[in-house]
Each structure stands twice: as structure tokens, then as C-alpha cells.
Design a protein. Structure first.
Length: 231
């Protein structure tokens, strides 16, 4: 896990509140794919500092929030107290604490690329969803990640190491890049059916925040979003 999500958890919380990529591209794009949430049981995987949890609660959902970082879970607990069930869990090991068919909606924003083998997580997502429930997740766009491929082989899953300045200074981050084919194969093997694919859309607010970024992200993909159904 990058120390950005543990050592610098508070800095990260502040940074993503209204920044370009999280606040004005990823978040509005994923929210646009969500169903009606009032009265629904929702699982927020890779919950971070609870930005999505806050939105989900406002929409009338009952929320469970899970993150690999205990520091992030602590922030969520400080914010919401008993209003959210929150705990730390390595998602690469699945979700052993959760009961079968217990959620209407599961989201996982910008988290799955930190997991080398997503098969355990995806199988548990299928197990936890009620019939007709939906799983929505976002990740790096495969075409964008291929630009930094060490091997030049698009179809090879690879560990990528970069420095990101999300919090205002460089922090080393490691993640896995994989092909679009592998994403679909992993979902199909778990029994999840992709019902909608999105490549994201910047918010109108981004025009004011950073016109250059708005122009670039309106014409070039950066993230990809999957909506899947349990049937």
C-alpha cells in the first residue's frame, strides 16, 4: 500500500475533495452510473476518507465502508460514528466478514488496480450481491496505462511504479496495469455481467477550475468505469 493512503491519509482527504481527477472526473462519472439508493444496502470498497460514503448516506443508503488502510477507516469512523459500519480489510483476500446476498449496490472507486489478482474479490462481490444487485467500479484506462508499459506487451499484466503529486508533493505509488480483455474475462469468470461501460466525463466545474484539463479530458480517456449486474 502506498504511504499516501496511510501516512498521508489526512493530506489525501483534503487533496481529493475538489481536485481535477478525483473530484471532477472520477466521482461525477461513477455517480452518474448509480441506481436509486434510498433504502438500499451499499458496500463502499476502497472507501478512502469517506467522500462516497457521505454521498451515499445523503441519498438514503445504509453504508458499509471498507479500506485496506486503517488510517482511512479511522477518518470514516471519526466523520460518521455509528452512522457507517467501517473496517479495514485487504481486498485481495476478499470479504470474509460479509454475508451472502446482503447488498443491493457495491462500489469500488479507483482501487482494483492495486490488486494483482482480482479473482478473489470479484467472486466475493458476486457472492455478496442480491439478485439484480449492481457492482460499479472505476480504474485506470488500459490504453493510458499501456503508455507506461515496461514490456510493450499490452496483454501482459504488469506492476507499474510511479510518483504522483496528488497531495502536493511526490509520493511513490505501485499499481497493476492489465488489458481490457483481462478485465472482462475476470468479471465473466466471477459470474458478473457487464451492463454498462463508461470512459468518464469531466464535470462542468472543471471548466472553471482548469480549462486546459477540461479540454484534454473531454477528448482523451483517463479512467474507465464498469457497471455489472448479478443475475
Amino acid at each position: 500500500m502506498s504511504k499516501m493512503y496511510e501516512q498521508y491519509a489526512k493530506d489525501y482527504e483534503q487533496a481529493i475533495a475538489d481536485n481535477i481527477y478525483n473530484g471532477n472526473l472520477e466521482r461525477p462519472s461513477l455517480i452518474a452510473m448509480l441506481p436509486e439508493l434510498a433504502g438500499k444496502q451499499v458496500l463502499d470498497l476502497g472507501c478512502g476518507p469517506g467522500v462516497y460514503a457521505e454521498y451515499l448516506i445523503e441519498q438514503g443508503a445504509t453504508v458499509t465502508a471498507v479500506d485496506a488502510s486503517q488510517a482511512m477507516v479511522d477518518i470514516v469512523r471519526e466523520k460518521f460514528g455509528e452512522g457507517v459500519r467501517a473496517y479495514a480489510q485487504d481486498l485481495s483476500q476478499g470479504l470474509p466478514e460479509e454475508q451472502n446476498a446482503s447488498y443491493d449496490v457495491i462500489i469500488c472507486p479507483l482501487t482494483v488496480h492495486y490488486i494483482e489478482d482480482v479473482s478473489v474479490l470479484f467472486r466475493d462481490v458476486k457472492r455478496l450481491l442480491k439478485k439484480g444487485g449492481v457492482f460499479i467500479f472505476s480504474t485506470h484506462h488500459p490504453v493510458v496505462d499501456f503508455e507506461v508499459s515496461p514490456s510493450g506487451n499490452y496483454f501482459k499484466r504488469e506492476l507499474i511504479q510511479e510518483e504522483w503529486d496528488t497531495i502536493g508533493h511526490p509520493v511513490e505509488v505501485s499499481f497493476y496495469r492489465r488489458s481490457l480483455t483481462e478485465w472482462f474475462e475476470s468479471l465473466a469468470a466471477s459470474g458478473l455481467c457487464v451492463t454498462l461501460l463508461s470512459e468518464g466525463k469531466p464535470s462542468e466545474r472543471m471548466k472553471t477550475l482548469c480549462p486546459d484539463s477540461y479540454k484534454k479530458l473531454s477528448t482523451t480517456p483517463n479512467f474507465i468505469f464498469f457497471k455489472c449486474e448479478s443475475r
